[in-house]
Write a protein that binds this ligand. Structure first.
Ligand code: PEP
Ligand code: MG
Length: 311
C-alpha cells in the first residue's frame, strides 16, 4: 500500500500546502539522463562532467564536450540544467591532470583549485558549455566545485561571464563557503549544497573511510547549522548531496530554506511523496527541532515526530 501511495504522487515537487520545491536529478552520463527523465525529474540539478574525462590521457575534444552538454539541454526542454565544471582530484582522480603527490588529497589541489593551475582546461570546458547553450531549449546554469572563498567564486564567475555564461553558481561543500555565504551571494547567482563533501570537511572525516562514517551522517546538527547559514541570502539554494535523497531529511532541508533538491533518479518518487504529505510549516518545525538536538540520531528521531508517516 505504501509503494502504491508513493507512485501515486505525480507532477512537480511541492509541499502539502503548495510551496514549490523543484525536484531535479543528479546525472553522471547519458544513461542516467534518460533514467532521470523517465522518473519525472523537473530538470538536472547536478550534471557531473567527470565521465567525459575518465580514462583518458588528454581532455576530450571541444566538439565531444559540446555534444554531451547539448544532449542534456535537449533532454529537458523548458527546464534547467546545472552543469558542474570538472571536479577532479581526491576521490575523483584523473589521469590527464597530473595532481602532485599530496599527503592529503582531499585537502589539496582538487576541483576548482586544479583549474587555477590548468586554466586552459577550464577555458575549453566553459567554451564548450557556451557553444552548447546557444539556441538550446533549456536554460544552462554552470557551477564550480570546491569553492572555499568569495575571491575564488569571483574568479570563476568572471571567467564564465566572459564566455557569455550568465547564470553562475558555486557548490557549498567547504565550511568556509557556508560561513561566508552572504559574501558569496554577492558574487554568484545560486548555491548548490554538496552535503557529501560538506560533511567530510566539517567533521574532518574522510568520506572514503568507513571507520569514521558515523561522523559523516548528514543528520548531524552541526551540518544542519551550516545548511541554514547558506540559506536566506536572496539566492536560490539547491541541495545535491546524498542528504537530499532521504525523504525525511529532504523535508528538513526545505524547512532550513533549500529551494530545490537534486538526487539520483531512484529517490525522486519517495521525496516527492514526502514533501506532498507535509506542509512548509511542518518542515520548518522539524528543521528547528532537529537543529536543537545534540546527536544525529536524535535529530532524525525528533524531525520524524513532526513529519508523520515517514518510515
Ligand atoms: C557533494 O560533495 O555532496 C556532491 C554532491 O558532490 P560529489 O559527491 O560529486 O563530490
Ligand atoms: Mg563534492
Amino acid at each position: 500500500a505504501k509503494r502504491a501511495a508513493i507512485g501515486a504522487v505525480k507532477g512537480p515537487g511541492r509541499t502539502a500546502d503548495g510551496h514549490a520545491v523543484p525536484l531535479l536529478a543528479n546525472v553522471a552520463g547519458p544513461d542516467e539522463l534518460a533514467e532521470a527523465m523517465a522518473a519525472g525529474a523537473e530538470g538536472v540539478g547536478l550534471y557531473r562532467t567527470e565521465f567525459l574525462f575518465l580514462d583518458r590521457a588528454e581532455a576530450p575534444a571541444a566538439e565531444e564536450q559540446r555534444r554531451a552538454y547539448r544532449a542534456a539541454l535537449e533532454a529537458v526542454p523548458g527546464g534547467t540544467v546545472v552543469v558542474r565544471t570538472l571536479d577532479a582530484g581526491a576521490d575523483k582522480p584523473l589521469r590527464f591532470l597530473p595532481a602532485p603527490a599530496e599527503p592529503n588529497p582531499a585537502l589539496g589541489e582538487r576541483g576548482l583549485r586544479l583549474f587555477r593551475r590548468f586554466p586552459e582546461v577550464m577555458d575549453a570546458q566553459l567554451r564548450a558549455l557556451a557553444d552548447a547553450a546557444e539556441g538550446a531549449p533549456a536554460e544552462l546554469l554552470v557551477m564550480a566545485p570546491m569553492v572555499a572563498t568569495a575571491e575564488e567564486a569571483r574568479w570563476f564567475a568572471d571567467a564564465c561571464r566572459a564566455r557569455g555564461l550568465s547564470k553562475v553558481g558555486v557548490m557549498i561543500e567547504v565550511p568556509s563557503a557556508a560561513l561566508r555565504a552572504g559574501q558569496l551571494a554577492g558574487v554568484v547567482d545560486f548555491f548548490s549544497l554538496g552535503t557529501n563533501d560538506l560533511a567530510q570537511y566539517t567533521f574532518a572525516a574522510d568520506r572514503q573511510l568507513g571507520t569514521v562514517s558515523g561522523l559523516q551522517d548528514p543528520w548531524q546538527p552541526a551540518l544542519l547549522d551550516l545548511v541554514a547559514m547558506s540559506c536566506g541570502h536572496g539566492k536560490p539554494v539547491g541541495v545535491c548531496g546524498e542528504a537530499a535523497a532521504d525523504p525525511a531529511l529532504a523535508c528538513v532541508l526545505v524547512g532550513l530554506g533549500a529551494t530545490t533538491l537534486s538526487m539520483g533518479a531512484g529517490a525522486l518518487g519517495a521525496v516527492r511523496a514526502a514533501l506532498a504529505a507535509h506542509t512548509l510549516e511542518q518542515c520548518r518545525l522539524a528543521a528547528r527541532n532537529a537543529r536543537a538536538q545534540v546527536t544525529a540520531a536524535n535529530a532524525r528521531a525528533v524531525a520524524r515526530t513532526h513529519l508523520p508517516g515517514l518510515a
